[in-house]
Design a protein around this ligand. Structure first.
Ligand code: 5GP
Length: 196
């Protein structure tokens, strides 16, 4: 039995807990690769190059765009973020499913390029909770937090086209929901192609 690899695209407003959620699921679900994005944003404390992101200069990012190395990219809060085409193709050719932690602009581009995409939007329990989480994270100053909250409002308003929604009010339950979505998508009959 052969299967087409699936692309799980997870988007959420900054601070909704999406990154921890994706990481946790990738650690525990076999056959899943987490797509490591390229970014021009400086690393936060505890972030490791090659694990959290590939941290590169704006010049190198521009070169990747010009050389067509990115399957999608977006400018977010003045920094650039993008996904390597080679990396996606490499895992797809091995039949490995991929999880992407990317914004709605990138999510749209990936779904247009790959029909086997599954889109999931993670919501915070409330705006108040989201603000609290951004403050607690302690990585951004007040003006950046305000920008992130404004963008969150916009992203949530425009999230209706995503196939799934997960409200991250309880981390364990959100992890279970994401795992269930992955398991169910993998079981879909159309995904299973019987080899001749
Ligand atoms: P952060 O700076 O908080 O790590 O991420 C900011 C935003 O960039 C998040 O919404 C995250 O999902 C998005 N992001 C991360 N990597 C990529 C990427 O490769 N492409 C796009 N389009 N967005 C990304």
């Amino acid at each position: 039995m052969k299967k087409e690899p699936l692309l799980f695209i997870v988007s959420a407003p900054s601070g909704a807990g999406k990154t921890s959620l994706c990481r946790e699921v990738v650690t525990h679900v076999p056959g899943l690769h987490f797509s490591i994005s390229y970014t021009t944003r400086p690393p936060r404390q505890n972030e490791i190059n090659g694990v959290d992101y590939q941290f590169i200069s704006p010049g190198n990012f521009r070169r990747m765009i010009e050389e067509g190395q990115l399957v999608e990219w977006a400018e977010i809060y003045g920094n650039f973020y993008g996904t390597s085409k080679t990396s996606v193709e490499e895992y797809r050719s091995k039949g490995t499913d991929i999880v992407f932690d990317i914004d709605p602009v990138g999510a749209r581009s990936i779904t247009e390029e790959y029909s086997d995409s599954v889109t999931i939007f993670v919501l915070p329990p409330s705006y108040g909770e989201l603000k609290e989480r951004l403050i607690q994270r302690g990585t951004d100053d007040e003006s950046v937090i305000k920008k992130r909250l404004d963008r969150a409002r916009e992203e949530i308003e425009q999230s209706n086209w995503y196939q799934y929604r997960i409200v991250n009010d309880d981390f364990k339950s959100a992890v279970k929901q994401l795992k269930d979505i992955i398991a169910s998508e993998r079981l879909k009959r159309k995904r299973k192609i019987v080899s001749q």
